[in-house]
Design a protein around this ligand. Structure first.
Ligand code: URA
Length: 241
């Protein structure tokens, strides 16, 4: 098991500078395995149960690196670290903005798309989810401006559709019609505004868009818009399952 100095560990989680952490330790704010930890240079073993063993001012320390989250992205917030307006990162605790490695979204949803969004500080995990060879499908529920004509599922399933501005045709995608103006579309790639552009290419228009599944992981019914939770092993396995 690897270990990290307390000042480095908490510093990387945004608790402050080395000096700040030493001050916090000297003030008796840090408890490890039930004992006061006064020396910030002490090395802490990085066990998975660390947040249960180390408290800062009586609260479990923030989750150490290797973090994966699922969020119910609400409408109107942007998947970006630097654009103006409300950002998905604003929905996380303030201190988490200072984390190193930083937390990033796994791919993006448009500002006006809601639904399941994954975030992680683990670059290898991020690439594993978005790499085409991982075959992690994404499912969207689209509400359309005009009734479906009936041939859309076959057109999307055939693949080969060329979207405006793209030089590579689309992979096959599955459309399940729910009502004349509502359908589930499952994609096996992730291009810019893909769902909206696919429906535009066949003469329709997406009025509302919501992602309800990534791989085999469904957006939980009890996760309301704007809320998030830490993913466990089972959630991660479901993404790839
Ligand atoms: N396709 C879109 O058009 N928008 C999204 O946010 C995701 C997929």
């Amino acid at each position: 098991m690897s270990a990290l100095r307390l000042d480095r560990l908490l510093g990387n989680l945004g608790y402050g500078s080395r000096k700040d952490i030493q001050k916090m330790a000297s003030a008796g704010w840090i408890v490890f395995d039930g004992a006061l930890l006064k020396d910030a240079s002490q090395r802490i073993p990085l066990s998975p149960d660390l947040p249960q063993r180390l408290t800062v001012r009586g609260k479990p320390m923030d989750p150490p690196p290797g973090l994966a989250l699922m969020m119910h992205k609400p409408l109107g917030v942007t998947c970006s670290h630097k654009e103006s307006g409300e950002l998905v990162y604003d929905l996380l605790p303030d201190r988490w903005r200072q984390r190193d490695p930083a937390i990033s979204t796994v791919g993006r949803l448009d500002k006006e798309t809601s639904g399941l969004l994954l975030l992680t500080d683990d670059g290898a995990l991020l690439h594993r989810i978005i790499a085409p060879k991982s075959h992690v499908a994404k499912r969207y529920r689209a509400t359309l401006a005009r009734p479906l004509k009936g041939d859309e599922a076959a057109v999307f399933a055939a693949g080969g559709l060329l979207l405006e501005g793209d030089d590579k045709p689309l992979l096959p995608a599955e459309l399940e019609v729910l009502s004349p103006t509502e359908a589930l579309l499952t994609l096996h790639e992730g291009r810019y505004h893909q769902v909206r552009r696919m429906f535009a290419a066949i003469g329709n228009h997406v009025d509302a868009l919501h992602r309800d599944r990534i791989g085999g992981l469904d957006l939980p019914d009890d996760l309301p818009p704007g809320e998030w939770r830490i993913m466990g092993e089972a959630d991660l396995a479901a993404v790839f399952g």
